[in-house]
Design a protein around this ligand. Sequence first.
Ligand code: SF4
Ligand code: SF4
Ligand code: SF4
Ligand code: FES
Length: 936
Amino acid sequence: MGLLKEHDFGTPPQPGPASVTVEIDGVPVAVPEGTSVMRAAAQTGTDIPKLCATDSLEAFGSCRLCLVEIDGKKGTPASCTTPVAEGMKVRTQTPKLEKLRQGVMELYISDHPLDCLTCAANGDCELQDMSGVVGLRQVRYGYEGENHLDAPKDTSNPYFDFDASKCIVCSRCVRACGEVQGTFALTIEGRGFDSKVSPSANDLFMDSECVSCGACVQACPTATLQEKSVVELGMPTRSVLTTCAYCGVGCSFKAELRGDELVRMVPYKDGGANEGHSCVKGRFAFGYATHPDRQLNPMIRERITDEWREVDWETAISHVAEKFRDIQARHGVGSIGGITSSRCTNEEVYVVQKLVRAAFGNNNVDTCARVCHSPTGYGLKQTFGTSAGTQDFRSVAEADVIVVIGANPTDGHPVFASRMKRRLREGAQLIVVDPRRIDLVRSPHVEASQHLQLAPGTNVAIVNALSHVVVTEGLVDRSFVTDRCEEFDEWAEFIAREENSPEATESITGVPAEQVRSAARLYASAGNGAIYYGLGVTEHSQGSTMVMGMANLAMATGNIGREGVGVNPLRGQNNVQGSCDMGSFPHELSGYRHVSDEAVREVFEKLWERPIIPEPGLRIPNMFDAAVDGSFLGLFVQGEDIAQSDPNTQHVNAALSAMELVVVQDLFLNETAKFAHVFLPGTSFLEKDGTFTNAERRINRVRPVMTPKTGKDEWRVACEIAQAMGYDMSYEHPREIMAEIAAVTPTFAGVSFDKLDKLGSVQWPCNDNAPEGTPTMHVDGFVRGKGRFVRTPFVATRERSTRKFPLILTTGRILSQYNVGAQTRRTANVAWHPEDVLEIHPHDAEERGISSGDEVTLTSRVGTTTLRAEIADRMPVGVVYTTFHHPVTGANVVTTENSDWATNCPEYKVTAVQVGLRHPVERHEAARDEEPALAD
Ligand code: SF4
Ligand code: SF4
Ligand code: SF4
Ligand code: FES
């Protein structure tokens, strides 16, 4: 495949039917009202010369290159800013236009370095292209006059350079930063000849508000903003379409290569989730895939204190199979199990859960989603009938009021946050429910109408109070509730009780009653009210209750079943939705069907030729408990660092140490690998062939950019272990695995690699009823028939602040790092977040004599760790916050074993702690044991 170039129509598409007919150079074309002449022309195949226009941005009309002549109109209007009118006749090529355009180009070129042949953008420069298109033959003005050829270069960003000498001041970068990304880091300073692009009032890019999303680099028509990788490696020559492997947004990218070398990742304009946008991780932080730390060979050792021994694949696989069989022979079928990874493809996950169910012969399979979104699965299934979000991302463009609960989209789901911010700038209102003043509360051109700054652990009290207002103030959508829901009256009686009123819950949540009332009225009376939530909802002892509470609120106000509304989890990892869909939970087969359902079991038993146990197997925490008790002795861990990401590290370590066989399959020797007896090298997303499913249920193709560096596709490993254990599991290609998934999973019945290659992506359910997928769920009825209201009494967490532990710790993520940091710490992203810090309110800091930058100890009743403090007035008094991207911090050393009552999802968001200045002696001792920097 050559280099994939999407057609640039010059201005964005307009909604609506093609109702206006115009003639472009004699060719008629019908387009929607409001379409620019430039776009209409492009639709006839005529690309009018342009420099300041591109179809990801609103027209600006500054370069004057796109002039056209229109019959009956004076002058030569700019085609990018002129909308079509019925019957309009446009001429795009006349001698007069040619002359004018050549004049414009002459001016640009006279102030531009003439180093095209050695320029990094040679062959990918619109200025160069346009010179050719307009037939520029001479530059009469000479280069002696005043010019910008000596303008300084800003190389401060680790991923791209800004060479001001090449800037034509088209403002595409400035507009991309505002319109697409929503950060507004760039401005054009000065006027006329002195005008220039400037990041945050003359800062360097690295010192500005820039978040390195790359939108400006993408938009720049010249080499002014250019990826460093292109400067170093040269212009790519071919592209492979694939999907980002970081977060649950699931952005589509063109992996652009030069020969076999990956040069850059360019967001794909037709990507359903991202529509051409990206964040710093997907766009730039892919270097970990080729980092020297990667382990490429299988390794084994008898005891975890022994040195690793590299072996070939055959030896490693037969060793694993033999050990697992031996453990089962001595301790029973249920003494081993597996954990699937939300970073792996659907196909890789499917074969691991099949390995457990068919080859191990038990249901002891769980997934890392246990520790993040398992309450979403449970809560939405109970109320709506399906364990997934209700909308596609595009839907937010139709929302009138957006409620963000326990999520920080600008850091956690940045590309979706940009969509959301765009809608907010258009006038939608925002309600933020979060203990911390996240960036969305106030950022350029965005301000929340309400910020309900509740105490950690009181989500259910708040959602009940919001619903109380809806029910008692007559804001219920009666016809929706009557026609589409059940058990409303019982719920309404419960929620109307005084104990759920904003006044009664004020002392619990800390949010003034009047503020809660205003927020409830705002949401309930919005045309379209949309709820988006994250781990700040699920990682609580009442995570599942809260999910159901939000579903109740949405149903009561009729905010389900159309565009612009819904209840939407912002999923953490790239394939957390998929790993759950694939049957990774111990109680569910693929498609969320309970193992106790005989008819469902039969389908699998017939195909797999093995009996399926009708009782659920062990969840991750139960596996750990059983390991400590001595009844669970073997574990296969696919791509997940449970020693770092699971709560109460001491207990996890004790469990792992107690096992006879821990098999870790991963890219790097992670924290869990310290307890492993076998290490099987995994593949990076650049080597995988399969699918990821994002937070919108969108199934995207992941295509191999390079052959597996380990010499083996990851999905083959589980198959070969199964075979070595005596169960025949083999496929020729991952498309066959997807075919099997489709055969056994009704919501995937219409999914195939062929269809995905044809349509780009589909959102499940995808079957005979919806052959091209389902962007919005529950449109005519809920998946379970009627939407079910569930009573959601608030029960305070056992975790309380005390005299000894007077503060509450809550955790989250930051934009530049990802999860436990195994990937991002091995990229230049460390420039932004070299260590985890503890955010603390100035009052709490002062009480403890802490200043920003001080090392502090963070202690809970289960453990203690050390961090650097950052005084942050966005924290409420009494609450501290940290990220968990660096193993040296070990934030989970302090988190407790409390968990969601329904799913065991750990209560990461509420831990009672004490913070104190670290003793100088401790500092000295620790200095000897610093974490090595990973980025090279
Ligand atoms: S990289 Fe993104 S945030 Fe930074 S200046 Fe460019 S568009 Fe703005
Ligand atoms: S940096 Fe690029 S996009 Fe920005 S004004 Fe200059 S030429 Fe245009
Ligand atoms: S928003 Fe998520 S999926 Fe998109 S580029 Fe960033 S990390 Fe990747
Ligand atoms: S492209 Fe129309 S004025 Fe620049």
